[in-house]
Design a protein around this ligand. Structure first.
Ligand code: NAI
Ligand code: MG
Length: 496
């Protein structure tokens, strides 16, 4: 197996994988090593040090000192921008290596890792590299005589960033870029399931010349390393992406020390296909919405609502396209869908399929059995289309986070909107229609942070991203994300 890997990746896998604390790679002080699996084969490809509370304390202390006393604090905005640019350049130089690491650690088709994960990581770094020199306060026309009043925009402090396994490098770049642009220092915890690309990024962060302690990287489990970050009194801000259950507990814990919090949580996003839509185009939109990244995507369009007159016809065309996916190892030619991240995630997902079948659902394609032609030791699930389920079924209400889409009919606009809104989530939503009036009416009523018209699933460094309802708190990306890493200081100066 190892011989399939490029020389760079083999060399990286063979290096010891430690924690990045204060600019040095240090062993973990009190925890076991974490095995790193290739989810397409179930094989252990390497091991990484797992951080415990003591390691997190060292990392947070380093980040705190780097913020208070180090060269980072005195660095000009221009030099901070240059460091981010230099990092982007190094990631671009190593793009192929990153794509391969994502393919083997997260189970992604190489083409997708290259064109999405690595490409968008670069875009985030480049976009925020432009920001340090544009962050500015204001002078204010207050009614008080004899004073000058101005605001300063200052870094909020040490940022604790906890990221998931579905887009490991992308989430690291997505979280690090705005924090560093704002002048914060960071303790980043990658998911214990996918630590490799963040560790490689850490090597490039050192190479780029970021001062020690500005970025600390501590792979480890949620309950140990994650919780220690959330509880640490010197951490002033938490940025989390993951499940709504963990996000809820993080918000509660962070409130104890009044940490600023942004949360990007789950979704159960609807795509509404009206009978006047361009049907073949809507089929492709629905396909990408539901199955990108094998459905392990917080904004996945996992509820497909189709207007009743075209429902059966649409589903026939859609199902035919779903069977086109080529499942397999991400490094194999022609593969368009990889495995799920873990045996646990596979079992969760197939559990939803089995439960729906048991309560009378109809499977248009797919199922809970191991897909033909895939490694049975890998964590593959067949792309699955489920229908004939009640709106209150778990598979309609809960985030499945796998290649499973529920297709249900609706009657009219009001019915479509009522069904779209009928979950606790509000991350994304889409509408396919040729009627501009309808597109605008429906868009204005969808309770979702990202709304797509005749397309689905885009994100961009310049475009705010986040959830309504229980899909999260605050916005990431765009200029808004900088606010999450800045405090405003209002300075009053007597003119006498
Ligand atoms: P998770 O929410 O447990 O993991 C996400 C991150 O949070 C990981 O880095 C994990 O180590 C950390 N974490 C876990 N418990 C923590 C705690 N108590 N304190 C601090 N950090 C903690 O997600 P998991 O269990 O891997 O997946 C379960 C479900 O969560 C998925 O099926 C999916 O529905 C959802 N999910 C949503 C994601 C999204 O992008 N919105 C990403 C990953 C999972
Ligand atoms: Mg892995």
């Amino acid at each position: 197996m190892a011989t399939r890997y490029s020389e760079q990746v083999q060399a990286f896998l063979a290096r010891p994988h430690r924690l990045l604390v204060n600019g040095e790679w240090v062993p973990s002080s009190d925890t076991e090593e974490i095995p790193v699996l290739d989810p397409a084969t179930g094989q252990i490809i390497t091991r990484v040090a797992g951080a415990g509370a003591r390691d997190v304390d060292l990392a947070v202390t380093a980040a705190h000192e780097a913020l208070e006393d180090g060269p980072w604090r005195r660095m000009s905005a221009r030099d901070r921008a240059r460091l981010l640019q230099r990092l982007a350049g190094l990631v671009a130089e190593h793009a192929e290596e990153f794509a391969e690491l994502e393919a083997i650690d997260a189970g992604k088709p190489l083409v997708a890792a290259r064109s999405f994960d690595v490409e968008f990581s670069l875009r985030h770094l480049e976009y925020y590299a432009g920001w340090p020199t544009k962050i500015a306060g204001q002078t204010l026309p207050v009614a008080v005589p004899g004073v000058a009043v101005r605001t300063e925009r200052v870094p909020v402090g040490v940022a604790g960033q906890i990221i998931p396994w579905n887009f490991p490098l992308l989430m690291a770049a997505w979280k690090l870029s705005p924090a560093l642009a704002a002048g914060c220092t960071v303790v980043l915890k990658p998911s214990e399931l996918t630590p490799l690309s963040a560790l490689r990024l850490g090597e490039l962060i050192c190479e780029a010349g970021f001062p020690p302690g500005v970025v600390n990287i501590v792979p480890g489990t949620g309950p140990l390393a994650g919780a220690a970050i959330v509880e640490h009194p010197l951490v002033r801000k938490i940025a989390f992406t993951g499940s709504t259950a963990v996000g809820t507990s993080i918000a509660a814990a962070a409130a104890q020390t009044m940490k600023r919090v942004t949360l990007e949580l789950g979704g159960k996003s609807p795509l509404l296909v009206f009978d006047d839509a361009d049907q073949p185009a809507a089929v492709e939109t629905a396909l990408a919405a539901a199955f990108a990244n094998a459905g392990q995507n917080c904004s996945a369009g996992s509820r497909l609502y189709v207007q009743e007159g075209v429902f059966e016809e649409f589903l026939t065309a859609f199902t035919a396209r779903v069977t086109d996916f080529q499942l397999g190892h991400g490094l194999d030619e022609g593969v368009t869908m990889g495995p799920l991240i873990s045996a646990r995630q596979r079992d969760r997902v197939t559990g939803y399929i089995t439960a729906a079948e048991r309560s009378g659902a109809r499977l248009l394609t797919g199922g809970a059995d191991t897909p033909a032609g895939t490694d049975p030791a890998g964590f593959f699930v067949r792309p699955t289309v489920v229908t004939d389920v009640p709106q209150d079924a778990p598979i309609v209400q809960q985030e499945v986070f796998g290649p499973v889409v529920v297709a249900l009919p609706f009657t009219d606009e009001a019915d479509a909107l009522a069904k779209a809104d009928d979950t606790v989530y509000g991350l994304a939503a889409g509408v396919c229609t040729r009627d501009i009036g309808r597109a605008n009416r429906v868009t204005a009523r969808l309770r979702a942070g990202s709304v797509y018209v005749n397309t689905y699933g885009h994100s961009d460094a310049a475009a705010p991203y986040g959830g309504f309802k229980q899909s999260g708190l605050g916005r990431e990306l765009g200029a808004e994300n900088l606010d999450a890493y800045l405090e405003t200081r209002t300075v009053w100066t007597s003119l006498s």
